[in-house]
Design a protein around this ligand. Structure first.
Ligand SMILES: [Zn+2]
Length: 103
């Protein structure tokens, strides 16, 4: 994730998230998601992040490597959780940033 080049690749131009949230933490009580980019309350958006595309010159077939993770619906940025009763940030369990197969 550190090798992203925001200027050269059309695939990354929209994405502002720096962390890949692979699973959604369960919201409890009055907790809600907000966007770390604009600060507004938002929904989790399941984003397809294409990090490699190639075309087989012999067959003309394209292939792409991608992963799915959750970002904010408004800005495609990192999600954070706030408790709407206390206005405190709720820490997201780090396990949600681990690819499911690595858990
Ligand atoms: Zn936003």
């Amino acid at each position: 994730m550190t090798e992203m080049n925001l200027d050269d690749s059309p695939y990354f131009t929209q994405l502002k998230a720096e962390k890949a949230l692979f699973t959604i933490p369960k919201l409890e009580g009055n907790q809600l998601f907000y966007c770390t980019q604009c600060g507004n309350c938002t929904q989790a958006h399941f984003y397809k992040h294409v990090y490699s595309q190639s075309i087989n010159m012999e067959t003309g077939e394209g292939s792409e490597l991608f992963e799915h993770f959750y970002v904010s619906q408004c800005c495609l940025a990192d999600l954070a959780i706030m408790d709407n009763d206390t206005f405190k940030d709720i820490e997201i369990d780090p396990i949600h940033y681990l690819p499911v197969k690595d858990r």
